[in-house]
Design a protein around this ligand. Structure first.
Ligand code: ADP
Ligand code: MG
Length: 463
């Protein structure tokens, strides 16, 4: 088990360090979005700069950027993640080819400045100035988490650690970031995701530089770590985290943690860590009710009005419709709102509920909850092979193709990361998943039978 882990982590790093080939990615865009969307929009995007966890892409105009962001950003990110897992953000620069002027030169300069700190840990310690308490809307589902987050800022280390848990897209990162912003002027704030923590941990081991690593993380007076569930099953990372945690607590540093589940529900995490995590205050964030969703929509509209410097009119009916239709989380709610607003700006009209229905038709059909389990079951039924055979290590084509197809669908239709998918397929490595995604993508273009299979399985999954 331990061996297995070490091996995975090493490969993980090498993938992390890989640089992107934009031509490959453009080809993937073309496949995913189809020729029409590709030539009108995506072809015009170029890669300006690549960092470990984000990309800067260029677009010709502001309108172009807004349109891409509101309609395609999620999918673009999903596609580039197939090539480089560690990416989690995309930023756009408006670079007008026709205006080859000082503006552009300035931008290149700016980029060069950033490059010099490219690999430093500090580069990942950035707080997003927009995710503050001001922009966080209070509701029944997040009331307790919000009020304790604020209390922490007044009285450091009264509740230690503060552990915020809740499902995806409910505002955990937003709250953590808000705490960091609030405290950063008077404290040494460290804000990092558990995934990044591991990245630096492994890198330090490789460079034989653990002393610096330990120093760096242990000197913070406020240590904020996002998505701690990432440490599940990673023994050596847990070990290091445990020591960091203890030494921070010893010197009264405040620790704030987020997770997608309660401490005691963290399977494959050492008991002693779980009990430390639960030893302070645990608060959770629930699914938002209608009232909160409406409040968030209204707040976002005001934000966008000042950002775009133009009026955005959505009727109460439309606002209620959007709030009612978005069932799962706030990230999704904002995504839907962005789409609706982009449409109304482009067509320059006030929207009716019917317009919204049309705009959101594809969005909602994509939103049925599809899990890796469900995909595995549907695929093995479809090909009439036992699930255990499909997951087994046997490599005969009648088993390997369905297996690859199931991995491909898991990547395309769920939010699971490549390593997570690999694990769900009898502990395969994430590179196997990447290979499967590439193979099936290629076959789906060349082979009509494969195309048909994919479409049929997709519709079975939507049922
Ligand atoms: P999580 O970390 O729980 O997955 P995030 O903090 O990333 O979720 O939130 C997803 C999106 O929803 C972000 O854009 C965030 O700003 C927004 N959001 C979440 N909760 C609220 C809230 N109560 N008020 C305003 N925006 C929110
Ligand atoms: Mg988050």
């Amino acid at each position: 088990m331990d061996n297995n882990n070490t091996k995975k982590q090493n490969i993980y790093i090498s993938e992390e360090e890989r640089t992107l080939d934009w031509i490959d990615i453009q080809a993937a865009f073309k496949r995913t979005f189809g020729n029409e969307i590709y030539t009108s929009w995506l072809q015009k995007i170029s890669l300006v700069k690549e960092y470990n966890d984000y990309l800067i892409l260029s677009v010709p105009t502001r309108f172009f950027r807004d349109w891409i962001v509101s309609r395609y950003l999620d999918k673009i990110l999903e596609q580039v993640k197939v090539f480089k897992l560690s990416l989690n953000r995309i930023e756009f620069k408006i670079i007008d080819d026709n205006k080859n002027n000082s503006d552009l030169i300035l931008k290149t300069d700016e980029i060069n400045k950033v490059t010099t700190i490219k690999d430093s840990i500090l580069n990942y310690n950035r707080l997003n100035p927009n995710l503050n308490f001001e922009s966080f809307v209070q509701g029944k589902s997040n009331d307790i988490a919000l009020s304790y987050s604020k209390k922490i800022c007044e009285h450091i280390s009264r509740y230690n650690p503060l552990y915020i848990c809740g499902g995806v897209g409910l505002g955990k990162t937003h709250l953590l970031n808000a705490i960091g912003l609030e405290l950063q002027s008077e404290n040494n704030v460290m804000f990092i995701s558990a995934e990044r923590f591991m990245y630096h941990f492994i890198k330090s081991i490789k460079k034989n530089d653990m002393v610096n690593f330990k120093d760096f993380f242990r000197k913070s007076s406020i240590f904020i770590i996002d998505d701690i569930q990432f440490i599940r099953g990673k023994e050596s990372l847990q070990e290091e985290f445990f020591h960091t945690f203890n030494s921070l607590i010893d010197k009264n540093s405040q620790i704030i943690i987020s997770s997608d589940r309660a401490p005691m529900k963290l399977d494959r995490v050492q008991e002693r860590i779980k009990s430390r995590l639960a030893g302070g205050l645990v608060v959770d964030i629930d699914i938002p009710d209608l009232e909160l969703k409406v409040k968030i929509i209204k707040k976002k509209i005001i934000e966008m009005q000042s950002q775009f410097k133009e009026n955005i009119n959505l009727s109460e009916d439309v606002i209620n419709y959007i709030a009612n239709e978005s069932k799962t989380n706030i990230r999704e709610l904002i995504g839907i709102l962005n789409r609706v607003i982009a449409f109304s700006r482009v067509h320059n009209k006030d929207l009716t509920i019917n317009d919204c229905k049309n705009i959101l038709k594809d969005v909602f059909s994509q939103m049925k909850v599809i899990t890796v389990d469900k995909i595995q079951n549907v695929v093995s039924n479809y090909f009439n092979i036992p699930l255990s055979d499909m997951l087994s290590q046997r490599r005969s084509r009648p088993l390997a193709r369905p297996r690859q197809l199931a991995m491909y669908l898991a990547k395309k239709m769920t939010t699971r990361s490549l390593p997570e998918i690999g694990r769900r397929f009898a502990n395969r490595d994430h590179t196997t998943v990447i290979h499967a995604v590439k193979t099936i993508t290629r076959l789906s273009e060349q082979d009509d039978e494969m195309k048909k299979n994919i479409n049929q399985i997709k519709s079975l999954l939507q049922e």
